[in-house]
Design a protein around this ligand. Structure first.
Ligand SMILES: Cc1ncc(COP(=O)(O)O)c(C=O)c1O
Length: 473
C-alpha cells in the first residue's frame, strides 16, 4: 500500500458535492467496518491507517499548510494520536447527540458548591485514579475542571507566580509551557538536564541553586516528561518535592502523559509521595486527552490536597467545560480501559521499533535509550544539521526575516533545528517538530510523534532514511 497521502485528491472527493469529507471517504467507511469487527472480538484495530486529512487537524492538515506540502507521508508533530477513538466513547457521544439541546452544563457549579459527589463524571475521575494509579486523595471538594491542562496551569500561575517572577522547569521541556509563561509575563528559569547513559537526569544541584533564587515562586514539573520520555522515579520526585518545599516553590505537576509508560517502567503520581507536606505543596493537572486522544474535546481537571491552594486556583479558573468533552471523558474512564491498555502496548511496540530502526538505519540521527514513557521520540539531529548546513541556512534566512514572532511581536528568527524540520518536510514529506522550541537543550533536537499505525510509522522512517541517504550518509 502506498502510504503517501495526497491532500488534493482526498479533499476533492468531498468538496465536489459540497458534502462532508468524512461522509464521502471510502477509506473511512471500510475502516469503520473493520474496527467494529475487531472491537466485537475484544481487540481494537490500531493497525489500519485512518486518514485524518481534510478534517482540520493540526497533525496532518496543519503540517501540510505550514510546510506547503503537496504530498505528505506523515504528520508527526503535535501530540495527538491517529487512531479511531475507543468505541465506548463513540457510543456515549452518539447517545448524548440524541438529546437535541446544548445549553450550559452544571459540572463547574456542582464542584464549586461541593455538590458534585454523585456526578458520574466526578465519580469516574476519582475511581479511575484510585484503581489505575493508586491516587486516593481526590475528592469532589478538591477537584476542579478546566477546558485543558493549559488553562489550569495558567490559573495556578496567576495565583502563585506574580508578574515578572521565575518559573523553574527542567529542560528541554514541552514547548507549550513557554506560551503559558509568556501570557503570564513570567520568566523561565531553565535547569538544563544531564544526558547520562542514554537518558536524561535532573541536575539536582542546579535545581537547588535555581530554587533558592527568591524570584522563583513556582515550578512546572512534567511527569512523565515530554519530550525526553523520562518516567520520573519515586526517589527523584521525592528529592525534587523536598527541595521545592524547602524553598517555598509551588509544584505544578502536569501528568497528562501518565498512561504511556513503556514496559518495565512505572508512572509515580506526585500526589502519591509519602510526605504529606510535599504533596500539599503541589497541584496536579490531568486529562484523558492524551490517553484517549480527546484533545479537541476540551476537558481536563486538576486537584490538590491543599484546601488553601484549591481556593486560590479556583478563584482564577474559569472552567468553561464542553459537554461533549465531559461525556467523552466519563465514557473513557467507565468503558475505555481495555482499549487504552491495548493502545499503550501498541505504542510501546512503536517506541521499540522506531528506536531500533533509527539506531540501525539512520546514522545522521541519534537516539538514546528507548523512551521510558510518552509516545514521543526525541532525536539528536546534530549530524544531520551539520550535513545540510542548517546553521548557514538559518543565518541566511535571518538576514531577511519574513514573519513576526507572535509572542514577542519581533521579527521571527529561524533556528537551525527549524531548518532541519523544513528539510525533512521537503525531502521526506514528513513533518516533525523542531527541538529549539523546547527550551534550553533542545537546539540540536527534533521531536517525533510515534502515535500512529505501524505502516505509516515505517513509511515515515523509510522516507527519512532515504532522504538522508541522498546526502551520502
Ligand atoms: C505536557 C503537556 N501538557 C499539556 C499539554 C496540552 O494540554 P491541553 O490540550 O489539555 O491544554 C500537552 C500537549 O501536548 C503536553 O504535552
Amino acid at each position: 500500500m502506498n502510504m503517501a497521502h495526497n491532500r488534493r485528491t482526498f479533499i476533492a472527493g468531498g468538496a465536489a458535492t459540497g458534502a462532508s469529507v468524512l461522509a464521502l471517504s471510502p477509506l473511512l467507511a471500510t475502516i469503520g467496518a473493520s474496527s467494529a469487527a475487531t472491537a466485537a472480538t475484544g481487540g481494537f484495530d490500531f493497525d489500519t491507517p485512518y486518514n485524518r486529512i481534510g478534517t482540520g487537524c493540526v497533525k496532518w492538515d496543519g503540517a501540510i499548510a505550514a510546510e506547503h506540502m503537496s504530498h505528505i507521508v506523515a504528520g508527526m508533530g503535535i501530540a495527538d494520536m491517529d487512531f479511531k477513538c475507543a468505541p465506548a466513547i463513540m457510543a456515549a457521544l452518539r447517545k448524548r447527540m440524541e438529546h437535541e439541546n446544548w445549553g450550559y452544563n452544571s459540572i463547574d457549579i456542582d464542584l464549586i458548591l461541593g455538590t458534585g459527589a454523585n456526578n458520574p463524571f466526578v465519580k469516574g475521575i476519582i475511581d479511575w485514579n484510585a484503581k489505575r494509579y493508586g491516587i486516593n486523595v481526590i475528592t469532589p471538594k478538591n477537584l476542579g475542571v478546566t477546558t485543558g491542562v493549559h488553562s489550569g496551569i495558567m490559573a495556578t500561575l496567576r495565583a502563585y507566580a506574580p508578574e515578572g517572577s521565575k518559573v523553574l522547569m527542567t529542560t528541554p521541556i514541552y514547548n507549550g509551557f513557554y506560551f503559558d509563561l509568556y501570557s503570564g509575563r513570567l520568566q523561565a528559569n531553565e535547569s538544563l538536564m544531564k544526558f547520562v547513559n542514554g537518558r536524561y537526569e535532573i541536575d539536582f544541584d542546579d535545581v537547588d541553586k535555581r530554587m533558592s533564587d527568591p524570584a522563583t515562586k513556582t515550578m512546572i514539573l512534567c511527569n512523565p516528561h515530554n519530550p525526553t520520555g523520562r518516567c520520573w522515579t519515586k526517589a527523584e520526585l521525592t528529592r525534587l518535592g523536598e527541595m521545592a518545599l524547602k524553598h517555598k516553590v509551588v509544584v505544578l505537576s502536569d501528568e497528562i502523559h501518565c498512561d504511556f509508560v513503556s514496559k518495565g517502567q512505572k508512572y509515580v503520581p506526585f500526589s502519591t509521595l509519602d510526605d504529606k507536606a510535599v504533596v500539599a505543596n503541589s497541584i496536579t493537572f490531568k486529562s484523558g486527552s492524551k490517553s484517549f486522544s480527546l484533545a479537541g474535546m476540551k476537558c481536563a481537571w486538576f486537584f490538590t490536597t491543599n484546601p488553601e491552594m484549591y481556593k486560590k486556583v479556583a478563584f482564577y479558573n474559569h472552567a468553561d467545560l464542553s459537554t461533549l468533552g465531559q461525556i467523552a471523558e466519563e465514557a473513557a474512564y467507565a468503558g475505555g480501559e481495555s482499549w487504552l491498555n491495548q493502545c499503550v502496548n501498541y505504542i510501546d511496540g512503536n517506541q521499540q521499533f522506531a528506536n531500533d530502526y533509527i539506531k540501525s538505519k539512520i546514522p545522521l540521527i541519534k537516539v538514546g535509550n528507548k523512551p521510558e514513557s510518552t509516545y514521543l521520540a526525541w532525536l539528536d539531529v546534530s549530524p544531520l544539521m551539520a550535513k545540510i548546513g542548517a546553521q548557514k541556512m538559518a543565518d541566511e534566512a535571518n538576514k531577511h526575516p519574513t514573519g513576526t514572532n507572535f509572542m514577542t511581536g519581533k521579527p521571527a528568527m529561524t533556528t537551525p533545528s527549524e531548518m532541519v524540520s523544513h528539510w525533512v518536510a521537503k525531502n521526506a514529506s514528513v513533518q516533525i517538530s523542531a527541538g529549539s522550541s523546547f527550551g534550553k537543550g533542545g537546539e540540536n533536537y527534533m521531536r517525533m510523534n510515534l502515535a500512529t499505525n505501524r505502516k505509516t510509522l515505517t513509511a515515515a522512517l523509510d522516507s527519512i532514511a532515504a532522504a538522508c541517504k541522498t546526502l551520502g550518509a
